[in-house]
Design a protein around this ligand. Sequence first.
Ligand code: PHE
Length: 464
Amino acid sequence: MENVKVQEGVKRETFTSQFGVLAAAAGSAIGLGNIWKFPYITGENGGAAFVLVYLLCIAVIGLPVMLSEFLIGRRSQKAAIGAFKDLKPGTPWFLTGWMGLLAAFFILSFYGVVAGWTLNYIVFSITNKLAGASPEVIGQTFGAFISDPVKPLFWQVAFMIMTAAILFGGVKDGIEKYSKILMPLLLVIILVLDVRALTLPGAGEGVRFLMEPHFDKLSIKGVLVALGHAFFSLSLGMGCMITYGSYIGKKQNLGSMALQVTIADTAIALLAGFAIFPAVFAFGVDPSAGPGLVFVTLPNVFNMMPGGYFFSILFFILLAVAALTSSISILEVIVTYFIEELKIKRSMAIIVGFVATTVFGVLCSLSMSPASVVSTWTFPTLAGMKNFFDTMDWWSANMFLPLGGLFISLFAGWIMKEQDVMDEVSSGGEFQVPWFKTFIWVARTLAPLMIFIVFLYSLGVIKV
Ligand code: PHE
């Protein structure tokens, strides 16, 4: 039972192999954010210049915050709330963990809905539902589906059941095992799609769109979108990587793990871009279609593409797989909270977490259905009143994640003893960490400062 640590009478499972940690953490990071959101915000914000800024945000802020989360988790051997209580007892720092828990609830509720759409689109692809349909019909089909009061719920619940089912296996036989199977599958599918897209006649224009920066097309708003997305895409700011960090064995090198996860996440986002834009440009459709890019624009592209039937099925399986390894990490944050703080059994914790997030998700889905009373509910955000779905998204992405990231960075930089941080990132002196001083400086000043600027933007203090 080497992978079980005993601490304060609670058995803690850990991931068992280096590849297992990488697959699980990259599985969390790589998700709808990479394949659904990154391409459409890149399309909306002008292409290559946006990509460059995004890469900068990932390197300067994403990487150090990820390392901070890993080290806080492994040091404390606890999930988000317990970690802060353990490392700085008797202080309000644990509220950062609470905010993360709330973010997990909010994110999983709408994430499960969009993931459910992807399951439905796998079936649409297999049954050839959209074959030969005009762009108008494809658009209307999507609109009618997401605003249906019943159909999306079926798929959302199915997806949430899959998520919960994996967690029943635990850390090693659930999260690690499935991530080790699903992540290589995801890589193979995306590479196949890349080869298909890049060999289409006219693909070059899409490649240029991603590679030739036009800074005149980049707005300050685009810079802020890039920073916010860096958090979402790397699963940062809500304690997800703190939780996973607590499952990383003491002998693993946290710095290189954070680097590998960051590179994997970024590479998949770029590969998704290279699968989508060359095809979009080759068939002359609009790259800036927004959230409907993969559900409306791509089915049009598949209709025109040789082998489109096959590639469309592959694409939506890819999306579902990516979503699944992320949703398990979000539900795990909630589940570990129940286990550690409320001292309930894992199976019970999973059921409670599943029911709560699924009910929230049903409300998200119904908020898009004019037939449901939920669609008339609106809630305040600092960007005006929004429906239930958009409220969940807005508060988590614009408030909780950046604020959480800010506090996590400050905690690792200022609150923890430098010696303890050093001890953790070097695994007790086992690894050389020549970058340590730079890391501490970034965690103390640069990262918090940049996050603070985004936050002020979210609050509307800075207007662009
Ligand atoms: N990183 C995931 C994605 O890109 C989403 C996520 C956010 C997962 C926050 C966990 C925590 O889809």
